[in-house]
Design a protein around this ligand. Structure first.
Ligand code: PLP
Length: 406
């Protein structure tokens, strides 16, 4: 053991956090333990481990050494007492909700949560007679009112996907706690480098580790962090229901996380410069980025975030027709549904985060059809801006030709 690593800064934590006890035979990297079973010749010891009286592993669906290191690293970064992982972000979110809720309960959340999360609220929870109140994300008074009316879970996300709305976590978590609700925050977009919801009063923080935590778009995973009591309940749900994170995925996520702070700082810087550039372009209708002073809740973002993250979105004049001409011209962006990777990705929410929704549902969530979600990678920002410039110029020309032909 190299001693206590709790009191070190985030960048050092991403590199060293959680690793000490699993480095075997001098290996400097965490081993990938593929074994499903963990054997014991001493039956008393086996029993003690099975009963949780002694540290150790029994069976791969429950715990695994490589997976444990991943959980420890995120736990330390979020400043949590405990953490448990899942096979995907959605498994973490659904596992958390189904652990906390039972028929007759009520959930308060926001309209523009992640598309998959929104489907849990509108399609799956109602099947179990769970009442869901989805509020206007920017209307803090409405969220407070609905929370005060009583709820078991207050579920927040900030910034939101894809319109980058910001909710005041501290203010709303306080109200949630007053009514005895468990306050859950999806911190995927901000990452623990830019925002720590537990320090703002949330009870649980969830992540799609698939995105920024892993950062290389090559592994799916999810995690939830919070108090020991709550996380134990959620772990129990996952252990039985079986959405376990695989050891190889845990390793890839861990390897990605070594550079989490470097990446997120760079991505935040790139996104800020790109947002400022897009705001000045005549073909751009609106830019959504919490770091812009024109953002509705820039003051709240400034209060609760260290930087404003690598995600932004913008709408183009001329509707989806312009989007269709513009996007394929981008050279340094995968047109793909993932985000938070070292490579820039871009796409319309109607084919990415909110593909599960109908046009009417997207409209109700305030997601314009001409919106583009942009996840800034770690490339040199001048190249990204030049790339956007040339694609915008092309789209401008193409749409002008089209409209003059009409
Ligand atoms: C991607 C994402 C999820 C779901 O994560 P998966 O790993 O794809 O299951 C949840 N919340 C947010 C904000 C996301 O971006």
């Amino acid at each position: 053991m190299r001693g206590n690593v709790e009191n070190i800064d985030l960048g050092t934590q991403t590199v060293w956090g959680g690793e000490d006890e699993y480095l075997i035979q001098g290996a400097t990297q965490v081993p990938v333990v593929h074994s499903v079973g963990f054997g014991y010749r001493d039956l008393d010891e086996w029993l003690d481990v099975a009963l949780g009286k002694r540290e150790g592993h029994i069976y791969g669906r429950n715990t695994n050494p490589t997976v444990h290191v991943f959980e420890e690293k995120v736990r330390l970064l979020e400043g949590a007492e405990a953490a448990t992982s899942f096979s995907t972000g959605m498994a973490a979110i659904s596992g958390t909700l189904f652990t906390l809720l039972k028929p007759g309960d009520r959930v308060v959340s926001v309209k523009d949560s992640y598309g998959g999360t929104n489907k849990i609220f509108t399609e799956f929870l109602p099947r179990f007679q769970i009442d869901v109140a989805l509020c206007d994300t920017s209307d803090y008074e409405q969220i407070e009112r609905e929370t005060r009316a009583g709820c078991t879970v207050l579920y927040l996300e900030s910034p939101t996907n894809p319109t980058l709305k910001v909710v005041d976590i501290e203010r709303l978590a306080k109200v949630g706690r007053e009514v005895g609700a468990t306050v859950v925050v999806d911190n995927t977009f901000a990452t623990p480098i830019n925002q720590n919801p537990l320090q703002l009063g949330a009870d649980l923080v969830v992540h799609s580790a698939t995105k920024f935590l892993g950062g290389h778009a090559d592994a799916l995973g999810g995690i939830v962090c919070g108090s020991k009591d709550l996380v134990e309940e959620i772990y129990h749900y996952r252990e039985i229901n079986g959405a376990t994170l695989a050891p190889m995925e845990a390793y890839l996520l861990l390897r990605g996380m070594k550079t989490l702070k470097l990446r997120v700082e760079r991505q935040s810087e790139n996104a800020a410069q790109i947002a400022a550039f897009l705001q000045t372009h005549p073909l751009v209708d609106e830019v959504f980025y919490p770091g812009l002073e024109t953002h509705l809740h820039h003051d709240v973002a400034k209060k609760q975030m260290r930087r404003f993250g690598g995600m932004l979105s913008f709408s183009l004049k001329g509707g989806f027709d312009t989007v269709k001409v513009f996007l394929p011209r981008l050279r340094f962006a995968h047109l793909a549904a993932n985000l938070g990777a070292v490579e820039t990705t871009a796409g319309p929410p109607r084919t990415t985060s909110h593909v599960e929704c109908t046009p009417a549902e997207r409209q109700a969530m305030g997601i314009p059809e001409n919106l583009i979600r942009y996840s800034a990678g770690i490339e040199d920002v001048d190249d990204l801006i030049r790339d956007l410039q040339q694609a915008l110029a092309y789209a401008e020309e193409a749409t002008r030709v089209n409209s003059s032909q009409r």
